[in-house]
Ligand binder design. Structure first.
Ligand code: ATP
Ligand code: MG
Length: 374
């Protein structure tokens, strides 16, 4: 969220104002009493807050109270606003856009910069793409002062703020690399009265793969009440689960096989409700947990199990499925395709149960889609 991004900015010397995060209109009023003319900003993990009415200027504490009342509880792009940030109002003279991101397809970093930033940046990118500069960054050599100058020149930062921009670019690159981010975005990077540059907004995506070992401190940025409850539950149990918005629940072993199952369900005309990799060597208890988790999603209308036994033994999976269905009665169709290690034993165990067998992954996908949407 913006207020967290700004904490990281401050840590690495990017000029910004932290402000105060509050959850009630009363607290907003109190913060506004301290700041005077201020801005009340919705804190949600989505862009376009300003356009959605989630960013408002307040001249008095009462006005801050009023805006906070309206913004708290508001929905922006499907996300409920539970927090607002109060910062001193510093109206920009000019607004620039600046970001560093991981450019996976080109195996490098990319800097995107424009002197026509602000809430219309998407529109500028469409109608006047030349105004939005894309500058590739070699991750090996990174961004030193020379490269920062090159970027500032290419982006056409005006003379009056040029040196500040160079310093800012170097500091933002430190946020990007030192924190193992995949995105660092500032929009607007504002030119304030007196030609002062400041990050008035911020967005940072951190690479989860780096959090456990390299950045145990990143755990502080996780906001428990903002995480999808099913994903939170999965994380607690150490399950590899991603919630999707379809109706066919899916369990498979191995990320590749699960991705393939999602594709097959889509191809058969259905929509997957989740990604769930039960992992290698899955034991019955784990399979049981997976089934329980998926069935907590009220959208699920059918369950597809796709197991190719390798290290994972198919009979262990079958055992897990059977115990799961003893305690949770999903009352919805379940189709299983089981192959590989101990497949024959596994299939024999499922015989006579409510689980419909399928010979191939494609057949299984077609069957579950037929049954789930019947
Ligand atoms: N501290 C401030 N003082 C005055 N105006 C501000 C301040 N912060 C933001 N604004 C104005 O509000 C606009 C929108 O704010 P901001 O960019 O933070 O939210 P946003 O609309 O969600 O942006 P994005 O779409 O990039 O997420 C800014 O472009 C700027 O003009
Ligand atoms: Mg913005």
């Amino acid at each position: 969220m913006e207020y967290q991004a700004k904490e990281l900015f401050a840590k690495h010397g990017v000029t910004t104002t932290l402000g105060t995060v509050v959850t009630t209109p009363e607290e907003a009023r109190a913060a506004a009493e301290e700041y005077g003319f201020c801005v009340v900003k919705a804190q949600v993990k989505a862009g376009g807050r300003g356009k959605a009415g989630g960013v408002k200027l307040a001249r008095t504490p009462d006005e801050a109270f009023e805006h906070a009342s309206n913004i708290l509880g508001m929905e922006i792009k499907g996300l409920t606003v539970n927090r607002v940030l109060i910062t001193p109002a510093t109206p920009p003279v000019e607004e620039y856009y600046f970001s560093f991101l991981l450019d996976r397809s080109n195996r490098q970093y990319l800097c995107i910069a424009s002197v026509e930033g602000g809430v219309e940046i998407e529109e500028v990118a469409k109608t006047n793409p030349d105004a939005v500069k894309q500058i590739p960054i070699n991750p090996g050599s990174g961004v030193d002062t020379d490269k920062a100058r090159e970027i500032a020149t290419e982006a056409k930062f005006p003379e009056a703020v040029f040196e500040q921009a160079v310093t800012m670019i170097e500091a933002l690159y430190k946020v990007f690399t030192d924190e193992d981010a995949t995105l660092v975005e500032v929009n607007p990077l504002a030119r304030l009265a007196g030609d002062k540059l400041e990050a008035l907004d911020g967005k940072v995506s951190l690479d989860d793969n780096a959090s456990e070992v390299r950045h145990p401190d990143h755990e502080q940025f996780e906001i428990k009440d903002e995480t999808d409850p099913l994903e939170a539950k999965a994380k607690e149990k150490g399950l590899n689960y991603v919630k999707l918005d379809g109706e066919v629940g899916i369990i498979g072993n191995g990320a590749g096989l699960v991705m393939c199952s999602l594709d097959e369900v889509n191809a058969a005309g259905g929509k997957p409700a989740n990604f769930l990799d039960v992992g290698g060597g899955a034991q019955a208890e784990r399979v049981h947990q997976c089934v329980e988790l998926i069935l907590m999603d009220p959208n699920v209308k059918g369950l597809l199990i796709n197991i190719f036994g390798g290290i994972t033994r198919a009979d262990e999976v079958a055992k897990g499925l059977l115990t799961a269905f003893e305690t949770v009665d999903p009352n919805l169709p379940v189709v299983a395709r089981i192959e590989g290690t101990a497949a024959e034993e596994g299939k024999a165990m499922l015989e006579g149960s409510r689980i419909v067998p399928a010979g191939s992954m494609r057949e299984a996908a077609a069957k579950i889609v037929e049954l789930a949407y019947a």
